[in-house]
Design a binder for this molecule. Structure first.
Ligand SMILES: [Zn+2]
Length: 392
């Protein structure tokens, strides 16, 4: 008992010592990143944010590689710690995040960065600029303690909010060489749980082409794309299996032209979430087996899974257990959670690389105007991140 208390106190003091110098710097990094707006669809804007991180990383002795992109901001690969030759002997740890946000340019004018009520507020602060700043600060504290034993690859992409289509290959290639992946996405809930499972995400478009006709004069000649789509959507609704964590949501629907015209076109966009990897095939089969009811209509089904589920693997659970022990030493209780939302951690988990997610900031309002991070948890959680890197 006495020994463990002593150890805990030692761990607490040394950890707090390690990061306390960096506390102001951490908040300053968060501010800098939030004040450079970076919507996914604006390459120039995101690249300005990439430039800022390159500068921050250079101060920490990071080696920089930019994977140039045309349609999106560049994907930034930062390496810290030992040289390439030594890296071959010891598998790196990956810190994974993104610099893009869902906020359009100009949001800062109405929602500026500010610190108030024990929180930092601003567009993208929680998802996930604070996480990026925490990663840099964790590396900084480890360097100051000469405790950066294992090399670190800090990978930041610019297209996460729009599906990670261009960065996925880079993420997967680099993750394969890593011992573990720590995803700096926001933590779950007000208590800041780490995430050990995420649902897989997919999307389908169901499109119906019918036959237009005058609704008054020629009613019987028409084949309504809308009526057909409505019938198909009722079938699709039945694909949901809540007990398996499989959900299907028709979130967007469009079609038709005027009330007096039998609609020639109608389509729906459908979001699919799966908790189990093997359900990807099952749900795909069900979508592909949709058949028209009105033979005068033609049905097109497109889509598939975008992110595989992050299943709660043994390697991930082991990472979480270690994190919970370290958190207790630092002085807080760390919970475990699963979520229906996807992240790039889905990709790395599917490769079999132990992945822990939600290691970024605690806060509220991701993608909403009250987006904010809780200040008092920033330092302990950055300390935990540093400890996780050090002990991997
Ligand atoms: Zn995010």
């Amino acid at each position: 008992m006495a020994t463990s208390t002593k150890q805990a106190t030692y761990a607490q003091n040394s950890l707090q010592g390690r990061v306390s110098l960096a506390e102001t710097k951490l908040l300053d990094r968060i501010r800098q990143l939030v004040e450079i707006e970076s919507p996914s669809d604006d390459k120039r804007a995101v690249d300005r944010c990439v430039d800022a991180v390159v500068e921050m990383a250079a101060e920490l002795g990071g080696r920089v590689r930019r994977h140039r992109q045309r349609a999106f901001g560049d994907v930034l690969e930062l390496r810290f710690g030992r040289t390439r030759r030594a890296e071959q002997k010891s598998a790196p740890v990956m810190l994974l995040g993104h610099l893009d946000t869902v906020w359009p340019l100009g949001t800062l004018r109405s929602v500026p960065f500010r610190v108030a009520k024990g929180r930092a507020w601003g567009p993208g602060v929680l998802d996930m600029k604070a996480g990026v700043a925490m990663g840099l600060t964790a590396i900084e504290s480890l360097r100051q303690q000469d405790a950066l034993r294992r090399p670190v690859i800090f990978l930041l992409n610019s297209d996460e909010e729009v599906g990670s289509t261009v960065s996925r290959g880079i993420t997967e290639k680099l993750a394969r060489e890593c011992a573990a992946v720590f995803v700096l996405e926001p933590a779950q809930g007000p208590k800041g749980a780490y995430k050990t499972a995420r649902k897989g995400v997919g999307g389908y478009t169901v499109r119906v082409t019918g036959v237009a006709a005058h609704a008054g004069v020629d009613f019987e000649r028409g084949h309504s794309a809308i009526a057909e789509l409505a019938w198909q959507l009722e079938k699709v609704r039945g694909f949901t299996e809540l007990d398996r964590g499989l959900t299907v949501n028709a979130g967007v629907i469009r079609g038709g032209t005027r009330t007096n015209v039998i609609a020639a076109e109608a389509e729906a966009e459908i979001d699919v979430r799966i908790a189990r990897a093997k359900d990807a095939e099952r749900i795909d089969r069900r979508f592909r087996s949709l058949r028209v009811r009105d033979r005068g209509c033609v049905l097109h089904v497109e889509g598939g899974m975008n992110r595989p589920p992050m299943e709660r693997s043994r390697g991930t659970v082991a990472l979480f257990r270690r994190a919970a022990t370290l958190a207790a030493q630092i002085g807080f209780e760390l919970g475990e959670a699963s979520t229906g939302g996807g992240s790039d951690g889905n990709f790395t988990t599917a490769l079999g690389v132990p992945t822990l997610d939600g290691m970024g900031a605690v806060g509220e309002g991701a993608h909403a105007s009250h987006e904010s991070v809780v200040l008092e948890s920033l330092i302990p959680r950055t300390a935990l991140l540093a400890e996780m890197i050090r002990t991997t």
